[in-house]
Design a protein around this ligand. Sequence first.
Ligand SMILES: [Zn+2]
Length: 177
Amino acid sequence: MPLLKIARLGHPVLRQTAVPVEETEIRTAAFSQFVDDMIDTMRESDGVGLAAPQVYASKRVVIIEVKGPHPRYPNQPEVPLTVLVNPQVISHSSELEEDWEGCLSIPDLRGRVPRWRSVEIRALDRAGSPIQLKAGGFFARVIQHELDHLDGIMFLERMSDLRTLTHLREFQKYWAG
Ligand SMILES: [Zn+2]
């Protein structure tokens, strides 16, 4: 399984609005292979989520998985492997919750980001079947982070106070737990 390269902050692909995947494309072997490669890449990079633009593909595809205890997010609950094609938020809580986020495209940094506490989304699964799901807590946070990538938004712009930005080593030393 080939691992995909991850685009880093500054690459224009991360600032583009990704295009929806056509249903005919979803049923191709190439698309299935692409999703498998995204999964391998996310797992190999110790990610909890990955959006297609992060692997240089400007398509509306995100994957999420938290297998505990996760090396980069040891205190977060598990989330089963979830593949979302053309995802859309259909409703969300009014309350926001602030917590730490990192990003494989912004290596070695963490920052505090306010996100909706819960979201309900509609999407297609990797086979093209419609799915609808409700998520709260960390799962809801990762969904919002990954969906932002589809619109060219990085977590840095979502931070309410840039002074919380910290390198990972300093995060673990002073802010984790
Ligand atoms: Zn990210």
